[in-house]
Design a protein around this ligand. Structure first.
Ligand SMILES: Cc1cc2nc3c(=O)[nH]c(=O)nc-3n(C[C@H](O)[C@H](O)[C@H](O)COP(=O)(O)O)c2cc1C
Length: 194
């Protein structure tokens, strides 16, 4: 399976890191693009050092993972920039309100917006994982527009009915929902009633 993962500057970098690990472990080919703000949020939330460079953050995120290609944020020569490429799923995790607004507007100022736009125009699976709260009318209208255009909004809202004990359990909950949406088997979190 070939998956595009855009990581943007919303809080929730642990979801992205865990999802990346899960996709790689599932044998997926994964193209990863990180926005500038996404680099800052990863540096802060994953490594506790906002001064880390893009190269440092990328190297740490990709460390030990198979099947990853790290894409330039403005590299439109990559297959993920075109509808002609075979891509099975596109995920923006976490998805900032800024990126949601750009995708909803059809603006394509970077590869993440472009890949998401391609997913919508080609009617392919696009998952957006927003985290913002509270949400303004503008945020809600953008998310509604995206939903109507075909995107699936998987809010970064972990449940508590699986009796989480650790932060990792909460992270796994959201990542499991993403994997379910992509049709990838997951054993991170048990299913209700089983
Ligand atoms: C530590 C940190 C946390 C942030 N959390 C959020 C958030 O949860 N949701 C959001 O929409 N923006 C958040 N922002 C603001 C975005 O990063 C900012 O709007 C940025 O322009 C988004 O750009 P991007 O979509 O290209 O990543 C956060 C910024 C920082 C530095």
């Amino acid at each position: 399976m070939n998956v595009f993962l855009g990581i943007t500057g919303a809080s929730g970098a642990p979801y992205a890191a865990r999802l990346l690990r899960a996709l790689s472990a599932a044998g997926c080919e994964v193209g990863v693009a990180i926005s500038d703000a996404g680099v800052q949020v990863c540096a802060t939330e994953l490594y506790g050092d906002i001064s880390l460079s893009r190269e440092d953050v990328t190297a740490r995120l990709a460390d030990g993972l198979d099947g990853l290609s790290v894409l330039g944020l403005r590299d439109y020569s990559t297959p993920y920039a075109s509808g002609s490429a075979r891509v099975d799923g596109y995920v923006v995790c976490p998805c900032s309100m800024s990126t949601a607004a750009s995708i909803a507007a059809g603006a394509m100022a970077n590869l993440i917006h472009r890949a998401a736009s391609v997913a919508l125009k080609e009617e392919r699976k696009l998952l957006l994982v927003p985290r913002e709260t509270p949400l303004s009318t503008i945020h809600l209208e953008n998310l509604l527009r995206l939903r109507r255009a075909g995107a699936t909004v998987v809010f970064a809202a972990p449940g508590f009915y699986h009796a989480p004990q650790t932060i990792d359990d909460l992270v796994n909950f959201v990542v499991a929902r993403c994997l379910d949406q992509l049709g990838i088997d997951q054993t991170l979190v048990g299913r209700w009633g089983q």
